[in-house]
Design a protein around this ligand. Structure first.
Ligand SMILES: *Cc1c(COP(=O)(O)O)cnc(C)c1O
Length: 425
């Protein structure tokens, strides 16, 4: 291997494509085949009937999820975006109510709020875990705040003790977006099960998947029923089911199919081992990178575990003397893939900057359901903005398989770049 940086004409440390992460195996093939052979790809009916709850694989997968996550109710949905929408409708949100959410998350965490004509209010994130910051949550509470959307970002829980304390003090509901942290723990409980409602994504990019899909979890009987109704044409079911609270009983078709649930049953069995392999790779990466000056490695919250959907790092340019963009270029040239310089700053998306969502006239912000001017300006979330602008470097851990030899090559590439930082200035 040449010692000259690949960016400056030397040879690459990694000169082949790493395998794609694949959580599927023959068990999933067999399970899906059996469902196809049965001819029953979905048994749901959108009326009050035993089949309102779906077919055998839906029910079996939900039972297994209840047992795994140790919750009273697990409800499958056709995506986690659908799950977030069902959760927000279920808590009885009114048009114009405000929900406090992190800007450092996938866009659906916030659009799920808009889908009920409620108003996302962005709170900043904690500098070390990148989860929503309880101090910023409290600063953003207004007379119209009804809930907190706590996102368990990158693979570990938000500070649920503080968030639940604030929620209790101000009588707010808490929803956990745990799309990226299934199977991680917070004080011995599964992340996602500590608020009123939580849940997990089963899309292709996550730790375990069914192509598309999601799982809602709650210990509250009424919220569970309301989410089942929103999942499956609530408006056509409430009368026969004897449901009298009609708030937000506007249904969707968010039902997950039998094939996906059969695959989900097999995937859930593998979740612990899949997490273990991500943690193993992340710890090896951490050990290999820990001597590099000006490179901050991920911090794990006390009494929490991290399942590393992303391995977040930060570059301190004052120490390296080289900005993160230049270091990124050098790493990519060495063949390091799946790194990125940016995550999300949702408040800076055009929709929020221009305040145009439903229709062309600024609904809901310009309508009288919106009770005050909400600020989405650059500057409201300095931690999240600073990460994207100058320090953040993320390594996506659910994109490739990580045998030890490959982790070691990634470490070598980082070391090589760090050994030549002076040449990148
Ligand atoms: C993936 C993801 C979602 C959306 O999940 P889908 O199943 O793709 O709809 C929402 N929030 C976060 C934080 C995610 O990572």
């Amino acid at each position: 291997m040449s010692d000259t940086l690949a960016l400056l004409g030397g040879s690459k440390v990694i000169n082949f494509e790493l395998n794609r992460y694949n959580s599927l195996g023959p068990e999933e093939v067999e399970a899906a085949k059996k469902v196809v052979e049965s001819g029953n790809l979905s048994q749901f009916l959108g009326c009050w009937d035993p089949d309102f709850y779906g077919g055998p694989k839906v029910q079996e997968f939900e039972k297994n999820c209840r047992e795994y996550f140790k919750v009273k109710h697990a409800i499958t949905v056709n995506s986690w975006t659908s799950g977030l929408i069902a959760a927000i409708g279920a808590i009885g949100i009114e048009p114009g109510d405000e929900i406090i959410v992190s800007p450092w998350t996938m866009s659906a965490s916030a659009t799920a709020i808009l889908h009920w004509n409620a108003i996302p209010v962005f709170a900043d994130i904690e500098p070390n875990t990148y989860c929503i910051d309880p101090i910023s949550i409290e600063k953003n509470i207004s007379p119209y705040t009804k809930a907190i959307m706590a996102v368990d970002i990158f693979g570990q829980s938000a500070n649920m003790e503080e968030i639940n304390r604030i929620a209790k003090k101000y009588n707010l509901k808490v929803i956990n977006d745990t799309a990226q942290a299934p199977g991680s723990l917070y004080k011995g409980k599964y992340t996602g099960t500590l608020g009123d409602i939580g849940g997990y994504s089963l899309n292709y990019h996550k730790h375990i998947h069914t192509g598309e899909g999601g799982i809602l979890v709650t210990n509250d009987d009424e919220l569970a029923e309301r989410m089942q109704l929103i999942r499956n044409h609530a408006e056509a079911v409430v009368k026969d089911k004897g449901v009298t609270n009609l708030t937000n009983m506007v249904g969707y078709n968010f039902r997950l199919g039998e094939i996906e649930c059969a695959i989900g049953i097999e995937q859930l069995k593998k979740l612990d081992s899949k997490i273990k392999s991500r943690i193993h790779a992340a710890e090896r990466l951490r050990n290999g990178l820990k001597g590099l000056v000006g490179l901050k490695l991920p911090e794990i919250r006390p009494e929490a575990t991290h399942v590393y959907y992303i391995f977040p790092m930060e570059i301190d340019e004052k120490v390296t003397g080289v900005g993160k963009h230049r270091i990124y270029e050098a790493l990519v040239a060495e063949g390091v893939s799946d790194i990125s310089l940016q995550y999300a700053n949702l408040h800076l998306l055009p929709m929020y900057q221009k305040k145009i969502a439903y229709g062309s006239k600024g609904f809901p912000w310009t309508s009288d359901i919106c009770k005050r001017e909400v600020n989405y300006s650059r500057g409201i979330c300095p931690i999240a903005e600073g990460l994207n602008d100058s320090t953040y470097l993320g390594y996506e851990m659910c994109v490739r398989e990580f045998p030890d030899e490959h982790v070691d090559l990634v470490i070598s590439a980082f070391q090589k770049v760090w050994n030549h930082l002076n040449l990148l200035k």
